[in-house]
Design a protein around this ligand. Structure first.
Ligand SMILES: Nc1nc2c(ncn2[C@@H]2O[C@H](COP(=O)(O)OP(=O)(O)OP(=O)(O)O)[C@@H](O)[C@H]2O)c(=O)[nH]1
Ligand SMILES: [Mg+2]
Length: 214
């Protein structure tokens, strides 16, 4: 699916949603720190270094909004961003699958991510980011299992599509589509993105605008 498949009004609505200020509110190290469940929440989850924080920055058009890094394990809290004019909250999550951080820390993040993803009533959609060079890995499949079990709506997003060759990308896309097909809570479409080149951002903005309409 490309943006040509959407209602042009919704594309415009998506652009406007992200053209208005979106600000950092707080970082949460536990569920008790989270703001009240008074907004539509959209979470960005995925393995360490997959490009979650970069995608949030690219969507909002603000390079330093969410902190990014070459080193996996950059985001260590649930970082909350809110639109100043709309009923929207974005959640940048710590990555999973990073084995080099101290074990108690990894355990704490994993537990926080798990609890948030499966126990937050206002969580409207999880964007589960997958590196387009690798496709879904075992720990991505585990997260999908949890989301399916908890009936939390999620959609897969391939990141960094500026990196692989067209041929390799095509192979990863078909492999990923096959994974989605069997999943009850997964959105049937796959979004292909590059935060670096700006690919797929309008599509994602439109999808998020559609979620706010529901
Ligand atoms: N080429 C390319 N590099 C990207 C893209 N998106 C992110 N990166 C790079 O990937 C690295 C990790 O990006 P982050 O956005 O910090 O990743 P993250 O998923 O938030 O990582 P953690 O917070 O550690 O879980 C950085 O060096 C980014 O510059 C992209 O679309 N293309
Ligand atoms: Mg991050």
């Amino acid at each position: 699916m490309s943006t040509t498949d959407y209602d042009p009004l919704m594309i415009e609505r998506g652009r406007l949603l992200f053209a208005r200020p979106i600000v950092f509110v707080k970082g949460c190290v536990s569920l008790a720190d989270l703001p009240p469940m008074d907004r539509v929440e959209i979470a960005f989850a995925g393995r360490s270094n997959v490009g979650k924080s970069s995608l949030i920055n690219a969507l909002c058009g603000t390079s330093g909004l969410a902190r990014t890094s070459n080193t996996p394990g950059r985001t260590q809290e649930l970082n909350i961003f809110e639109s100043q004019s709309e009923n929207l909250r974005l959640v940048d999550m710590p990555g999973y699958g990073y084995a080099r951080a101290p074990e108690p820390k990894v355990k704490a993040w994993t537990q926080l991510v798990h609890r948030y993803l499966t126990g937050r009533a206002t969580l409207r959609r999880v964007y589960l980011l997958i590196d387009s060079r690798h496709g879904p890995k075992d720990n991505d499949l585990s997260v999908m299992n949890e989301l399916d079990r908890a009936a939390v709506s999620y959609q897969l997003v391939l990141t960094k599509i500026d990196k692989p060759s067209a041929r390799d990308l095509e192979a990863v896309v078909s492999r990923t589509m096959a994974v989605i097909a069997k999943r009850p809570a997964a959105h049937p479409g796959l979004i292909l993105t590059s935060s670096e080149k700006g690919t797929g951002l309008d599509q994602l903005r439109t999808e998020i605008a559609l979620l706010l309409e529901d």
